[in-house]
Design a protein around this ligand. Structure first.
Ligand code: NAI
Ligand code: MG
Length: 354
């Protein structure tokens, strides 16, 4: 029996509704594969911020440092500025735990209609690898002359050789296990310092992986191609900002933000990695039992992969997509099932303990 301690951070809104299905699914599939999970729940959220003035306690990171992984629902709620919830919880976890890879698989699944005419089930199967700890999302900069006609703001991007190299190495290694094709997102025609540097370092990494085909595309053209021909991509690697935008775009191309999963990985495993659905707290449907838990369940699949149990992960993903293929889906996908109903259909498709 392999045991894991998992930190659960449901967060806000539907984050609290999609994590219990992921927990139940992990327990069910774990029983078939000799895996046992001990879940520790933490109430870090905007609600906590409003009551106690902080998204998480001062020693929050130390409380989860020893866990094998973190499963997060969603953070953000009206009344708390989004930069407070993001920088008070998600970004500190990503940075302190050196989760420098944000992994976002995108697939058009059977039973999930893509808004694109040409994208049927199986046509799109790509992974966005986003740099997750540096780049455009930096604290360096400032504002001057607030409220005056001369008011100005400066925000610096930070790109390091080490940072680019390690995320590109991850992308190329991943491509070697997949379709052997990496597309790098750039904008070296307009952003004349950081992006040529990004291109150079990615090219050095590419040279170490001669078996992988390399392309680079300017971000604007790449966004258009993702819509026009999403099927021609395998692994897309991008900076923090470019990867953020491309992965939401790609998730929309695949049909629904509610199904998209993400992993924040520390590939060296010195720290826990964190798994979370791409969607937010969805205040418009929160509390109604209508949230699609597939993004959270698929994130649990990424966690199983990362912990070294790809067979268990594949079984869980097959159960979740099997339910969709059989016509059981939530309202965001055009179905009639509620969160509990879809979850039941997934659990029914996971075999009995063996
Ligand atoms: P959102 O993803 O919460 O919602 C966008 C739309 O998609 C809404 O209409 C919502 O009902 C729908 N939706 C999202 N997930 C769904 C699911 N699982 N099932 C069914 N429908 C679903 O994005 P929004 O509205 O921009 O943000 C709401 C809050 O969430 C904000 O405070 C934002 O900062 C936060 N947020 C947090 C993220 C995170 O924790 N990583 C990511 C994105 C947003
Ligand atoms: Mg985003």
């Amino acid at each position: 029996m392999t045991r894991y301690r998992i930190a659960l951070v449901p967060g806000d809104g539907i984050g609290t509704e999609v994590l219990p299905p992921a927990e139940a699914a992990l327990e069910a599939v774990g029983r078939r594969h000799g895996i046992e999970f001990a879940f520790d729940a933490f109430d870090w959220s905007c609600q906590r911020y409003l009551a106690e003035g902080a998204m998480m306690p001062a020693d929050g990171l130390d409380r989860i440092r020893g866990h094998d992984a973190v499963l997060l629902g969603a953070v953000g709620w009206p009344g708390v500025p989004d930069h407070v919830s993001l920088w008070g919880l998600l970004i500190p976890i990503r940075r302190e735990f050196q989760q420098y890879v944000n992994l976002r698989p995108v697939r058009v699944l059977e039973g999930v209609p893509s808004p694109l005419r040409g994208a049927g089930a199986g046509d799109v199967d790509l992974v966005v690898v986003r740099e997750n700890v540096e780049g455009e999302y930096s604290e360096i900069g400032g504002r001057m002359g607030r409220g005056t006609a001369e008011e100005l703001a400066v925000q610096e991007s930070v790109f390091t050789r080490r940072g680019i190299t390690r995320v590109a190495e991850y992308a190329y290694a991943l491509a070697e296990d997949r379709g052997r094709h990496v597309t790098s997102a750039t904008k070296s025609n307009g952003i004349v310092h950081t992006m040529p540097f990004w291109d150079e370092v990615v090219a050095e990494v590419a040279a170490r992986h001669p078996g992988v085909r390399s392309d680079k595309e300017h971000i604007d053209a790449l966004a258009a191609k993702l819509v026009l021909a999403p099927g021609r991509f395998d692994v897309i690697v991008g900076s923090n900002l470019f990867g953020d935008i491309l992965s939401d775009l790609a998730a929309a191309v695949a049909g629904s933000i509610g199904v998209a999963p993400a992993g924040n990985l520390n590939p060296e495993r010195e720290f826990p990695s964190m798994f979370e659905p791409v969607h937010g707290s969805a205040p418009d449907i929160a509390g109604q039992g209508r949230a699609n838990p597939l993004g959270a369940i698929w994130s649990a699949v990424l966690m199983l992969d990362h912990l070294g149990h790809p067979e268990a992960g594949a079984e869980l993903l097959a159960a979740a997509t099997g339910a969709l293929a059989d016509g059981v889906s939530t309202a965001d996908l055009g179905g009639t099932a509620d969160t509990a109903g879809y979850t039941r259909a997934v659990l029914d498709r996971i075999g009995p303990p063996r």
